[in-house]
Design a protein around this ligand. Sequence first.
Ligand SMILES: Nc1ncnc2c1ncn2[C@@H]1O[C@H](COP(=O)(O)OP(=O)(O)OP(=O)(O)O)[C@@H](O)[C@H]1O
Ligand SMILES: [Mg+2]
Length: 259
Amino acid sequence: MVRQGKLLEVQDLQKNYGKKNNITKALNGVSFDVLPGEFLGIMGPSGSGKTTLLNCIATIIKPTSGRVLLHGKNISAFDSKDLAEYRGSRIGFLFQDFELLDNLTGQENILLPLSIHGVDFAKARAKLDELAGFLEITDILHKFPSQMSGGQKQRVAAARCFITDPDIVLADEPTGALDTRSARTLMNKLEGMNRTSGRTILMVSHDPNAASFCSRILFIQDGVIFHELRRKHDETREKFYERILQVLAQLGGGSANVL
Ligand SMILES: Nc1ncnc2c1ncn2[C@@H]1O[C@H](COP(=O)(O)OP(=O)(O)OP(=O)(O)O)[C@@H](O)[C@H]1O
Ligand SMILES: [Mg+2]
């Protein structure tokens, strides 16, 4: 794959919550780059700052200091027009609990971001068909979220996320509310979106199984990155999974379940 420049640059990001004598340093100087076409994972124990990091990148919260650059441009310097475009179509967000609108069907949920941007109906329809086919949700598009399984809801949420062709998809524990089988299906689909369509994904996860689908993993603890694993070119997912477990075992006094 041709790699042209950095897609995202996170530079010395710090985030403190609270005031003077009750400060939590959620991020304590986090720096990394995301290249176009990467499937980057972030792993770390509960409270290590993973959601805070994604939320800073998504401009849901403001970092205390440090910068996030998209294609070399500082996102905190965006004017309101650039910011709306950034939030609406440059990034996609996949949440643990799906965040679908209950009173809209699957199809309506997926098309909502496009209707907001006034995209031509025929174009939207073609995109929807392609994504729904790939994510195997064509048959449930007419259903409301309450009539779908967790796995189906998350694949609908994934379609909503990808339909705007975002530069990068941010996923916060996307398999967190799914059973093992649905989690594996979702990860296979995300891996497919990454490999066949070159979609760039930044995913936070506790789950070594989910993380083993990534091409690179950053490990975060107490608001700092302390380790990096890269999946080798010819490495199987199973082998990569074993190496992830080894890192986790070193982390928590021998237990792989600390995350
Ligand atoms: N709004 C907030 N106000 C105060 N402290 C917060 C707030 N949000 C998060 N924190 C604290 O910041 C630290 C990092 O939280 P964060 O949610 O980023 O962790 P996480 O790695 O996503 O954890 P988990 O795996 O449990 O989702 C934690 O100590 C948390 O208690
Ligand atoms: Mg979190």
